[in-house]
Design a protein around this ligand. Structure first.
Ligand SMILES: Nc1ncnc2c1ncn2[C@@H]1O[C@H](COP(=O)(O)OP(=O)(O)OP(=O)(O)O)[C@@H](O)[C@H]1O
Length: 416
C-alpha cells in the first residue's frame, strides 16, 4: 500500500489518522463464508495486449496485490488493474480471489461498490480490472489539515450516506465487508468532491443464519470488540467500523489507536473513546449521537445500516446536499424504501454489557500476549487492576497461530 503518513497529532486520544498497513489475508484453508461461483469470463490471453499500464506511481499496494492505473486499448477508457498473487505464503489462494470476484459480481447493481470490468489469469497472478476511482482514498481528506482540504461536516454527511447505502446493499445480500476503513473507501473525484466507491473485498465474507462465522481478521484500529473476543461476526461488525470511520472523517482523529496494537485492542475492548474532543464539540450534536449508536460494545445494540440512513443527523441533509455527483436518485429511492425499526435510543452501560450472553471461552484460544499496563489511558490503581483482569481475559480469548513474539515480527497489521 501507500507509504505510511506521518502522524499529525501526537497526544494520546488525539492521535490523528495514520495509514494503517494492510491486513494480511488469513492462511486458514478452512475459511467459511467464501463464495465459489462466478459468472465473469476469465481471460487467459496476455493482459498487455489489451491494456496499457500507465507508468509511474501505483494506485495502491497490499501484501499480495498491487493496483495500477491502465488504459483499455480498444476504448481508451481508464481502469484500475488489481494484480493479485495466487500463491501466498506457500498456499494456493485462488479461491479467495474467486470469492472477491463473486462479491463484486453480486454488487454490480450498487453504484456504491466499485464495478468489475474484466478478469485476467496468468500463471501466478490474477488481474481484476476495476472501475477507476480517480479521487483516491477518503483517507487523504481524513489526514488533511482541518483548515485545508479536510471534509466539512456537510461533506461527511453526504459521503456517509453513500457509504451506508453501499453497506446496506451488501448486508441485504448477506455480505460483510470486514475491512471498512478510509483506505478502502475511494472517491470518483477529489475536487470537486465526487461519490464514494467501496473497494477491497478480500476479507469479506458471506454470513448465513445457520452458520456462525468466527474469525480474527481486520486492521487493528477498525476492528470491532467481538473480533477481539473471538465472538460471532455479523453485519454489526461492519457497523462498528462505520462508527470509527464517521469519527475519523469528522475529526481527523482515530478514536481507538494506541501506541501499539495491544493498546489499540485494549482501547477497543474497553470502549475507551473520547467524546470531548474539540473537533467533536464543534459539530451538530446529532453527529455525536450518530457515532454513539455505532460504537457500542454489544453488536446487537448497534444501529443497522438501514437505521443509520434514517438517523436525524443524515435526515438533516437538505435536498441539495443530498444530491450525488452523479444522479443516483433512483437507487436512493429503492434503498430507502426498506422499512426497519428505529435505532436503540440509549447507550448501554458497562453493567448492562456484562449482563449479556458471554459465550463459552474456547479452549483452543491460548496466547502468550502480554499487555503493558502503563501504556493505557487509564491510570488509577483500581482501574489498573480492572485493566489487568481485562488483559488476562483478552489474552485467553485471542487465537494466535504463532507465539506473540513472532507475531510482532510479522510486517503489516493483520491480526491472527
Ligand atoms: N478501483 C480503484 N481505483 C483507484 N484506486 C484503487 C482502486 N482499487 C484500489 N485502489 C487503490 O489501491 C489500494 C489497494 O487496493 P485494495 O485495498 O483493493 O488492495 P489489497 O491488496 O486488497 O489491499 P489490502 O492489503 O488493504 O487488503 C486502495 O487502498 C486504493 O488506494
Amino acid at each position: 500500500m501507500i507509504p505510511e503518513c506521518p502522524r499529525v497529532g501526537e497526544s494520546r486520544g488525539r492521535t490523528r489518522v495514520q495509514h494503517s498497513p494492510a491486513p494480511e489475508p488469513r492462511q486458514d484453508r478452512s475459511v467459511s463464508g467464501l463464495l465459489s461461483e462466478i459468472k465473469t469470463t476469465i481471460h487467459t490471453e496476455c493482459f498487455n495486449d489489451h491494456y496499457t499500464i500507465i507508468p509511474g506511481k501505483e494506485l495502491g499496494r497490499g501484501k499480495f496485490a498491487v493496483v495500477r492505473k491502465c488504459v483499455e486499448k480498444c476504448t481508451g477508457h481508464d481502469y484500475a488493474a488489481k494484480f493479485m498473487r495466487k500463491r501466498r505464503k506457500g498456499q494456493d489462494c485462488r479461491m479467495e480471489i474467486i470469492h472477491e470476484i463473486a462479491v463484486l459480481e453480486l454488487a454490480t447493481t450498487s453504484p456504491r461498490v466499485v464495478s468489475l470490468h474484466q478478469v485476467y489469469e496468468m500463471a501466478s497472478e490474477m488481474v481484476l480490472v476495476l472501475e477507476f476511482a480517480a479521487g483516491g482514498e477518503i483517507f487523504n481528506q481524513c489526514v488533511s489539515d482541518r483548515e485545508d482540504g479536510a471534509f466539512t461536516e456537510k461533506d461527511v454527511k453526504r459521503l456517509m450516506k453513500q457509504i451506508l447505502e453501499g453497506v446496506a446493499f451488501l448486508h441485504q445480500n448477506n455480505i460483510v465487508h470486514l475491512d471498512l476503513k478510509p483506505q478502502n473507501i475511494l472517491l470518483t473525484s477529489s475536487s470537486p468532491l465526487g461519490d464514494i466507491k467501496i473497494v477491497d473485498f478480500g476479507l469479506s465474507r458471506m454470513v448465513c443464519n445457520h452458520q456462525e462465522l468466527r474469525e480474527i481478521m481486520g486492521t487493528p484500529e477498525y476492528v470491532a470488540p467481538e473480533i477481539l473476543n473471538y465472538e460471532p461476526i455479523s453485519t454489526a461488525t461492519d457497523m462498528w467500523s462505520i462508527g470509527v470511520l464517521a469519527y475519523m472523517m469528522l475529526t481527523g482523529i482515530s478514536p481507538f489507536v494506541g501506541e501499539d496494537k495491544q493498546e489499540t485492542f485494549l482501547n477497543i475492548s474497553q470502549l475507551n473513546v473520547s467524546y470531548t474532543e474539540e473537533e467533536l464539540q464543534q459539530l451538530d450534536q446529532a453527529a455525536l449521537s450518530f457515532i454513539q449508536t455505532l460504537l457500542r460494545k454489544r453488536p446487537q445494540d448497534r444501529a443497522t445500516a438501514q437505521q443509520c440512513l434514517k438517523h436525524p443527523w443524515l435526515q438533516s441533509l437538505d435536498s441539495q446536499e443530498g444530491q450525488t455527483a452523479e444522479n443516483q436518485e433512483a437507487y436512493h429511492t429503492a434503498s430507502s424504501s426498506n422499512s426497519s425499526p428505529e435505532p436503540p435510543s440509549s447507550i448501554t452501560t458497562p453493567e448492562e454489557e456484562e449482563e449479556g450472553e458471554e459465550g463459552p471461552v474456547t479452549e483452543e484460544l491460548i496466547v502468550m500476549a502480554a499487555y503493558t499496563l502503563g501504556q493505557c489511558r487509564q491510570s488509577s490503581t483500581s482501574e489498573k487492576e480492572a485493566l489487568a483482569a481485562e488483559q488476562k481475559a483478552i489474552s485467553k480469548r485471542f487465537k494466535f497461530e504463532e507465539p506473540y513474539s513472532a507475531l510482532q515480527e510479522v510486517p503489516g497489521e493483520f491480526i491472527y
